[in-house]
Design a protein around this ligand. Structure first.
Ligand code: WQD
Length: 339
């Protein structure tokens, strides 16, 4: 079985992907610099899989660290999760985002070239599209001007990958454009660990429901949508993780050596309907109100996931209800409440 390096393996998507890969029998090495995570998800991965994981603390921008690692471990593939991902923080600290997200990518691709590691899966985002002209959005949609430095780093990394793959035909690259990852592993042993006040919707919902936040504010209800709130494509993190397994399995069967895939359910859900669904699923009385729009939000985006179905043999299987139920179970577990 392939030996796979997961950068950012202690993070939300990385940890869930590690579980799926280990359970499929892959040999997995995780690295993380703990700048935006800690080791609590690593313990959860071991509890779920019953396996001791191979984890090395280190920074993808550190070429010496990477060289020593690649000399020691004979990797077949790399899945690159390690990146900063907060839209708001990227607006406040653009240089930190460009430095971290771009340099970790170039250092990684350079060391892969040196050690002839030729399978690369990149954690990208639907944010590369901006506000698409056509909804649902497919992979041929043009990149609009990114709404944030975070989004710009994702666009630049995909462009970087396109150029490196064009110059090195041995490299096989896949960019996975996540829509809105939500939920947690059904075991409630791993899940999302936002740092400080959550920017993203679902962790803010669950923290309000558990009493950590006083109320949820829905950012705007005067958009051109059925109930006036924004529309997004909320995908269960376990479905998302399984798309990475499929990508590893099929990477040598792609039509070209650089492909991108939208990872979403293909269904648009309004923010308000997600909130109402959460209340219905959990029976929790959620304190929420409508507030002003959030700068930079796009009105609606959801995926056309046909290409992933056709070429990866992957599609989502878990429902929004399951995502919200699993997110709530995880929040209760974090609060040491019985689930
Ligand atoms: C979703 C909707 C908000 C919080 C971004 C990145 C994307 C990915 C996920 C990294 C929006 C509304 C939110 C709240 C609200 N990033 N909302 N009240 O902005 O779609 O995507 O995060 O993986 O790449 O672009 O996600 O969860 O922040 O917002 O009303 O307290 O929920 O206005 O319409 P977003 P989000």
């Amino acid at each position: 079985m392939k030996k796979i390096l997961l950068t950012g393996g202690a993070g939300y998507i990385g940890a869930h992907t590690a579980v799926e890969l280990i359970q499929k029998g892959f040999d997995v090495v995780l690295i993380d610099d703990f700048s935006k995570s800690d080791n609590s998800l690593l313990d959860g991965i071991e509890k779920i899989t019953g396996k001791k994981i191979n984890f090395v603390e280190g920074d993808c921008k550190d070429s010496t660290f990477l060289d020593q690692l690649f000399r020691k471990e004979k990797f077949d593939s790399v899945i690159h999760f390690a990146a900063y991902k907060s839209v708001n923080e990227s607006v406040r600290e653009p240089l930190m985002y460009y430095n971290n997200n771009l340099r970790s990518m170039t250092e990684l691709l350079q060391v892969m070239g040196k050690y002839n590691v030729n399978e690369f899966i990149f954690s990208s985002s639907c944010t590369v599209y901006g506000q698409p002209d056509v909804i649902p959005v497919d992979e041929t949609a043009p990149f609009k001007k990114a709404e944030s430095p975070y989004g710009a780093t994702k666009q630049m990394c995909e462009r970087l990958l396109e150029d490196v793959a064009a110059a090195n035909k041995n490299l096989k690259a896949i960019s996975l454009r996540y829509f809105n990852p939500v939920g947690a592993h059904p075991s409630a042993l791993i899940g999302e660990l936002p740092i400080g006040v959550p920017n993203n919707l679902v962790p803010y919902v669950t923290q309000t429901a558990i009493g950590l936040r006083e109320k949820l504010v829905i950012f705007g209800n005067n958009y051109q949508t059925p109930d006036g709130s924004c529309i997004r494509d909320f995908i269960h993190v376990v479905d998302l993780a399984q798309a990475h397994v499929k990508s590893i399995e099929k990477i040598n069967e792609m039509p070209s050596n650089n492909e991108a895939f939208n990872l979403g359910t293909g269904e648009g859900v309004t923010v308000l309907s997600l909130v109402k669904k959460f209340i219905e699923v959990t029976n929790v009385n959620l304190n929420y109100e409508i507030g002003p729009r959030r700068t930079g939000d796009i009105e609606k985006v959801y995926a056309n996931p046909t290409k992933a179905k056709d070429l990866l043999g992957w599609q989502t299987r878990l429902s929004l209800e399951e995502s919200l139920r699993d997110a709530w179970r995880w929040e209760q577990k974090l609060a040491n409440k019985p689930i």
